[in-house]
Design a protein around this ligand. Structure first.
Ligand SMILES: Cc1cc2nc3c(=O)[nH]c(=O)nc-3n(C[C@H](O)[C@H](O)[C@H](O)COP(=O)(O)OP(=O)(O)OC[C@H]3O[C@@H](n4cnc5c(N)ncnc54)[C@H](O)[C@@H]3O)c2cc1C
Length: 389
């Protein structure tokens, strides 16, 4: 076992200086002032601000989706740091970006990496335009953390595959154009992770798929159960290589872990809490808010460091897992601290913004450390990355 005091593999390079980002930040703020839909403060609190195809199209027209992708697929060949500025501003404002979020963050990059030329040419420009939305078909009723145990089976038949099985917790499947499905095409064999394949599934054009709502704690329809019953997928739906699904998925999950979405989920509550307390803050409130802001500042620096490492072509999987674990811990602490500082019961229907936002954030907070890999799973990755496992 490695020496637990040796942290040499855990380096966070200082975030690269990025003065040019400030001009872009100004552009994003102007855009938000002009286009952010007027709505109640609690409306932008669901995952990534809510689903708004029109807003996504406006962002696409502005060149803010697929920002780093090659121009030949409609992308804009801008830097990961520029993309970071846009994401951060959108999330801090609670802008409704979930419609294109999955496609921009992970499905598009996977298609770019392993997709066929035809898949790239037909799909990527539509994502960039903010007109093509994706969902992730990984988790199943008995497969979440242990993703290698998925049982949805795609059986080879003439001309393609016949799919049977059930996916669960599929965010926005009811509004997405495509799912990237992870299914079993072969036997596990001796390697636990062998025999898995990814497919690009056109949810509107494929028969044999039933999408049913699963309501979350706050009564919203965000998740779904997606049942495949003898659904036929032609050969050209295979994404990447048959049997290489596990390797492809592991690469995909790394895109999920280090962005500003991993520490800004409770940001609106922090803003409302500060507003509510600022007139006459107790010493306790000042210390508590000061600690949250200091932690947020540090996390932002760590997260921007990961963006810089990605930009430089490094593979900061360990650092990304650490940022997600620390970030979701802070996101979950903010409502706890707010509860202690406010002398009011959380109430979603309250006319006081801070009280309504607190109630809403509390109901969503348990999910912060589940989506994209649970805390325990991340800590396993971190331990392995440090050579402790
Ligand atoms: C808001 C949200 C959106 C989501 N969207 C999607 C989506 O779009 N597509 C999709 O495919 N999935 C999605 N998921 C599902 C998510 O990926 C899973 O919930 C997650 O991977 C955990 O799986 P599980 O729920 O089956 O819990 P389990 O894997 O059953 O875990 C239950 C508990 O046991 C712990 N545990 C499990 N294994 C170990 C271990 N080896 N060591 C220590 N502890 C362990 C876990 O950490 C957890 O605390 C979403 C989840 C949420 C909350």
């Amino acid at each position: 076992m490695a020496n637990p005091n040796d942290l040499s593999s855990l380096r966070f390079e200082p975030p690269p200086p990025f003065a040019a980002g400030e001009a872009l930040r100004g552009e994003v703020r102007e855009f938000l002032a002009a286009h952010l839909p007027k709505r109640a403060v609690t409306q932008g609190l669901g995952s990534w601000g809510g689903f708004d195809p029109e807003f996504s199209r406006k962002m696409g027209a502005r060149g803010w989706i697929g920002m780093t992708w090659p121009k030949r697929y409609g992308g804009h060949e801008r830097s990961a740091l520029e993309r970071y500025v846009v994401l951060e501003e959108m999330l801090a404002a609670g802008a409704p970006v979930i419609a294109h979020w999955i496609a921009d963050r992970q499905s598009g990059p996977v298609i770019l990496r392993v997709g066929s030329e035809q898949q790239r040419q037909t799909i990527l420009p539509r994502i960039v335009a903010g007109e093509c939305f994706f969902c992730i078909g990984m988790s199943e009723p008995d497969s979440g953390s242990d993703l290698a145990s998925v049982r949805t089976r795609a059986t080879a038949v003439p001309g393609g595959f016949r799919v049977n099985g059930t996916k669960l917790w599929t965010s926005n499947a009811h509004r997405a154009n495509y799912m990237i499905l992870l299914a079993r095409t072969g036997d596990k064999g001796e390697q636990r992770h062998a025999g898995l394949t990814q497919f690009l599934v056109d949810l509107q054009a494929t028969e044999g798929i039933a999408i049913r709502p699963v309501y979350n704690l706050s009564g919203e329809h965000h998740f779904n159960e997606v049942v495949f019953q003898d659904a036929f997928l032609p050969d050209d739906c295979v994404l990447g290589t048959v049997g290489e699904g596990w390797k492809q998925v592991s690469g995909e999950l790394a895109f999920e872990r280090s962005g500003p979405e991993r520490f800004l989920s409770a940001f609106r509550l922090l803003v409302e809490l500060t507003r509510a307390l600022q007139a006459n803050p107790s010493e306790r409130a000042q210390i508590a808010l000061g600690r949250i802001v200091a932690h947020l500042y540090t996390l932002r620096r760590l997260s921007r460091s990961v963006a810089g490492m990605l930009q430089a072509g490094a593979n900061p999987a360990l650092q990304a897992a650490l940022v997600k674990d620390l970030g979701t811990t802070l996101e979950q602490e903010i409502p706890e601290i707010a509860r202690q500082l406010l002398d009011e019961e959380p109430d979603r229907d309250s006319a006081r913004d801070v009280v309504a936002v607190l109630a809403h954030t509390m109901m969503n907070a348990p999910s912060f450390s589940l989506r994209g890999g649970t805390r325990e799973i991340l800590r396993g990755i971190i331990a392995r990355g440090l050579g402790l496992r």
